[in-house]
Design a protein. Structure first.
Length: 374
């Protein structure tokens, strides 16, 4: 089984999809320093399940995704597809029937990772098992990078043994043996815990037996208690049934009494309604009487006012009459005086006329003086 082709897309400097074909014989990749020759080997190593960013010459696994440049934007996916020629049929038994086998790995910038064999999603462990015993693994002897030969020459016997076991095709069984030993160790630890648990359970058996006996006794007593409770409940039910019957009879009697009371109450309410109607009529009559009384009182006040006014007018008229009587008396006195004076003047005038007619002027003058003296 040999590498037939390599497809790279978004891995490190390979932003565009790039395909490499490896024909039979030797294939060389030539270019100046920094053109990405080592990235091809890193892509192969990464597709075969490498998990250490240091072995891929990076600080983190996200470094294998193209991060962008002045002319190109970064991408969100890195994918490498390895195609193997299995014409000789030396692939693992489950893939021996395929003439070509594709191993793919994808890594998204979100951190999600996918492994595929012949476009079927698989686990990382399945990829590592596929490459065991072929020498094409990430730590196999077919990938020799700069400084790797010096490391092999100066390697310790244990490290050389790993390479020899891979070349001999027993590394797979060695890995399975280590895995089986780890499982056996885990099983032994589980058995040890089980023994501890059994020992603890054995120590607790006597206590559990006592508890079981107590539980059985409790169960019997519980059953007896249930029987007794049922018996008591039956008796209580009979007593309660009798009490309920008595309560029903009493309730019937109470209902009858209540019906009588309701009838009496209805009659009383009718009487109260009639009395309320009469009371309303009385109140209406009272209101009318009050209104009439108010009018009478108002009329009385009005008449009293009129009487007071008449009294004042009468008193005023009496005073006026008294004044007029006095004035009349004064006028009468003045008139009598004027009459007496007029009569005296008339007598004087007659006397003068008589004197003039008789020619006794001297005598008349004497009488006139006498008269004025009077």
């Amino acid at each position: 089984m040999r590498i037939k082709s390599l497809q790279i897309h978004g891995f490190k400097t390979f932003v565009d999809k790039t395909a490499f074909s490896f024909e039979r014989g030797i294939t060389g990749i030539v270019g100046p320093n920094g053109c990405g020759k080592s990235n091809v080997v890193d892509a192969i190593r990464w597709a075969m399940g490498e998990q250490s960013p240091r072995h891929l010459r990076g600080k983190g696994m996200q470094d294998v995704i193209f991060a962008g440049s002045d002319a190109r934007a970064p991408v969100g996916l890195s994918e490498v597809v390895l195609t193997f020629d299995n014409a000789d049929g030396i692939a693992p038994p489950e893939f021996a029937s395929y003439s070509e086998i594709q191993v793919s790995r994808r890594l998204y910038r979100s951190g999600e990772s996918e492994y595929l064999i012949n476009k079927t999603p698989v686990r990382l462990r399945d990829v590592l098992d596929f490459f065991r015993d072929t020498g094409i693994g990430t730590k196999g002897y077919t990938i020799v990078e700069q400084g790797r030969i010096a490391e092999i020459v100066s390697a310790k016997p244990e490290e050389r043994r790993v390479l020899i076991e891979e070349a001999a095709g027993i590394s797979k069984y060695t890995a399975r043996r280590r895995e089986a030993e780890r499982k056996l160790e885990g099983t032994e630890q589980n058995l040890t815990r089980v023994r501890d648990v059994l020992g603890e359970i054995k120590r607790q058996i006597s206590s559990l037996e006592r508890q079981a006996k107590k539980a059985a006794a409790y169960k019997r007593l519980r059953e007896l208690q249930r029987v007794v409770e049922l018996s008591l409940a039956s008796e209580e039910r009979q007593v309660l049934a009798a009490e309920i019957e008595q309560a029903r009879v009493h309730a019937t009697q109470v209902r009858e009494r209540v019906a009588g009371v309701d009838a009496n109450l209805a009659e009383r309410e009718n009487e109260v309604a009639a009395k309320r109607i009469a009371l309303v009529e009385r109140e209406r009559d009272l209101a009318q009487g009050s209104e009439a009384l108010f009018q009478i009182r108002a009329r009385i006040k009005e008449l009293e006012g009129q009487i007071a006014y008449d009294r004042r007018e009468r008193a005023s008229l009496a005073e006026a009459n008294e004044g007029r009587a006095r004035e009349r008396e004064q006028l009468v006195g003045a008139a009598s005086r004027r009459g007496a004076r007029a009569r005296a003047l008339a007598r004087r005038a007659r006397g003068r006329r008589e004197c003039a007619r008789r020619g006794r002027g001297l005598h008349c003058r004497g009488r006139g003086r006498v008269a004025r003296g009077e």
